[in-house]
Design a protein around this ligand. Structure first.
Ligand code: NAD
Ligand code: DAU
Length: 343
């Protein structure tokens, strides 16, 4: 049996990853450390409330005592999804991004090193590479040129992990994935925002000219890639993860409107994001060749499936929009799961 510490497991990708891992490896035990910020939602883990293989602990990756306490209980590998993840928020205020993404990562790797944890995966992002023009791709050798405070905080964390690998022989691996979409994504991000607005007949905000390009991957494919890295990746290395599915934002918006049978008059061009990166595009050749991993979901089918999920889970969206999800912990987990003071 393997014991994994997954941080940020109540967020979008972390919760999908926990579901993925427990379904694929029935013998694994997951400890999920999440601070439950505005983006953390235990409704993302509904159905696992009574699964003894999932242990939720509300806590902060910056809290050395809490992390050390968990590691001392015996952990084979740590996968760090916890982060402040929204670029727009980092433009408004960046200090929380530095605290969690940089200081939190440093706290984790230092304690993992001291406790001789066998493997540490840092979930990073393609945004550390900055922006591309109309051609070319990000490879693992591309220069690190972050443009937003969010990207700078993720790049700083990557540099710390790299330095620990180099200096201490730390068994860290960095993954850099492109834009994810799928179930349980907080509707501040483009795709869930567009879907929920379109369902409700609200305007779809398109920044600038709408010709900014993102490289979309279904979250399930990101999970299978992290699984491949966790089990077969080489310590000290970086793996780019992507599905080779570049699309301009306006095309994503038009596709969503078409699939929902809504009128294009809902498209609303709004003021651009400051410092907006023009194009991201990942070259995933390395993980494909070395770890025999491939993205499986085409955008065309993935977006239909995702729209169906949001249509069939209107309660989830309603709870997120109204803030009702913030009380889910007390209702569903309060009796069974630990807070830090109970550890
Ligand atoms: P998210 O915002 O949905 O979830 C982040 C989770 O981290 C939340 O549950 C939150 O409560 C938790 N958290 C925040 N601060 C914490 C702290 N100090 N201690 C413990 N928990 C804390 O983010 P996401 O979209 O699921 O992204 C997960 C990771 O993947 C992030 O590291 C992000 O940088 C990276 N990433 C995201 C994408 C994407 O498209 N969403 C793409 C590539 C990489
Ligand atoms: O590339 C990986 C990154 O993808 C992750 O590291 C980040 O955590 C994740 O948030 C995402 O960053 P982006 O900034 O690319 O995602 P976002 O969904 O915020 O925006 C996607 C594109 O859509 C971007 O060009 C900005 C644009 N946009 C976004 C919003 C929220 C709009 O046009 N309108 C909007 O309302």
């Amino acid at each position: 049996m393997k014991r994994l510490l997954i941080t940020g497991g109540a967020g979008f990708i972390g919760s999908n990853f926990i579901r993925y891992i427990l379904a694929k490896y029935p013998g694994y035990h997951v400890i999920n450390l999440d601070k439950l910020t505005y983006a953390g939602n235990l409704e993302n883990l509904s159905g696992l409330e009574n699964d003894a293989r999932h242990e939720f602990i509300q806590g902060d990756i910056c809290d050395a005592e809490a992390v050390a306490g968990i590691l001392r209980k015996g952990i084979d590998s740590v996968i760090n999804f916890a982060a402040e993840s929204h670029v727009d928020r980092s433009i408004l205020s960046s200090s929380e991004f530095i605290r969690t993404n940089v200081v939190g990562t440093l706290n984790l790797i230092e304690l993992c090193r001291k406790n001789r944890i066998g493997r540490y995966i840092q979930i990073s992002t393609d945004e550390v590479y900055g922006s591309l023009g109309s051609s070319g791709f990000f490879t693992e050798a591309s220069p690190i040129q972050p443009n937003s405070p969010y990207a700078a905080s993720k790049a700083s964390a990557d540099m710390l992990v790299r330095s620990y690998c180099h200096t201490h022989g730390f068994p860290g691996i960095i993954t850099r994935c492109s834009n994810n979409y799928g179930p349980y994504q907080f509707p501040e991000k483009l795709i869930p925002l567009l879907i929920s607005n379109a369902i409700n007949g609200f305007p779809l905000p398109i920044y600038g000219d709408g010709l900014y390009v993102r490289d979309w991957i279904h979250v399930r494919d990101h999970c299978s890639a992290v699984d491949a890295v966790l089990h077969n990746g080489k310590p000290g290395e970086v793996y780019n993860i992507g599905a080779r599915q570049e699309l301009p934002n306006i095309q994503v918006a038009r596709t969503i409107l078409r699939l929902l049978g809504k009128d294009e008059s809902l498209l609303t061009f709004v003021e651009d994001r400051p410092g907006h990166d023009r194009r991201y595009a990942i070259d995933p050749s390395r993980i494909e060749k070395e770890l025999n991993w491939r993205a499986q979901t085409l955008f065309d089918s993935g977006i239909r499936e995702t729209i169906d999920w949001y249509r069939n889970n209107s309660n989830w969206i309603e709870h997120v929009r109204s803030g009702a999800y913030l009380t889910y912990y007390d209702r569903m987990y309060g009796q069974r799961h630990k807070t830090l003071s109970e550890m």
